[in-house]
Design a protein. Structure first.
Ligand SMILES: Cc1cc2nc3c(=O)[nH]c(=O)nc-3n(C[C@H](O)[C@H](O)[C@H](O)COP(=O)(O)O)c2cc1C
Length: 182
């Protein structure tokens, strides 16, 4: 069984979460982890599971303007932030508008600040809705992984939690594939 983890990341936190999820998925799946600006046109063809995640920007998925905001933030003197290659975009929102060949099973995650989701909003449910609209069956509830509010950095223990979530997707995903005869 094959899975692809597609992620968007400005500052590297969502990339680290994506890599940890992919590690966990490795329990049952052959996994490729791909930044959203590098997904090849035929990369999703024939795969069994697609996992998609990105940072929460202004309570949802990033837009060109919010990515500019992130680039500006990194450019501040002494910000200590290094941008990921491809941080300027395109992001998940733009990629979704070109999505074809969506696989049968999918799951969504985001990174967001460690405060109540009522305050922060969450990108993951929005990502999940787009996946469903593309015909994917969601094998898990949308999940959030937390960053600190000062300088973006994963909260302690989140990488491990992401790996465990990946393992749980590996188990649920294998059952879902078996049921659908994939
Ligand atoms: C322009 C901008 C808007 C943001 N808006 C939100 C928000 O509404 N809610 C939230 O929890 N975090 C928000 N954040 C913080 C991001 O969620 C955080 O930078 C991201 O999770 C870090 O992931 P990355 O390192 O992969 O970019 C925002 C960040 C930026 C740059």
């Amino acid at each position: 069984m094959r899975a692809v983890v597609v992620y968007e990341s400005m500052f590297g936190d969502t990339r680290q979460v994506a890599e940890a999820i992919a590690d966990g998925l490795g329990l049952n799946f052959e996994v490729a982890t791909v930044p959203v600006d590098r997904v090849a046109t035929d990369q999703l063809r024939g795969i069994d599971l697609l996992v998609v995640g990105g940072p929460t920007h202004v309570r949802g998925m990033s837009r060109p303007k919010t990515r500019e905001g992130a680039v500006d933030q990194a450019a501040q003197p002494y910000s200590g932030i290094s941008l990921e290659p491809g941080a300027a975009g395109p992001g998940l929102r733009e990629w979704f508008s070109t999505l074809t060949d969506a696989p049968p099973h999918a799951a969504a995650f985001d990174t967001r600040v460690q405060l109540s989701p009522l305050v922060t909003g969450r990108a993951a449910p929005k990502i999940a809705r787009v996946l469903q609209r593309n015909g994917c069956h969601l094998i898990a509830e949308p999940e959030s992984f937390l960053v600190t509010s000062k300088q973006p950095a994963l909260v302690a223990g989140e990488r491990e939690r992401a790996r465990a979530w990946g393992e749980s997707l590996a188990v649920t995903g294998a059952h879902a594939c078996a049921r659908s005869g994939a």
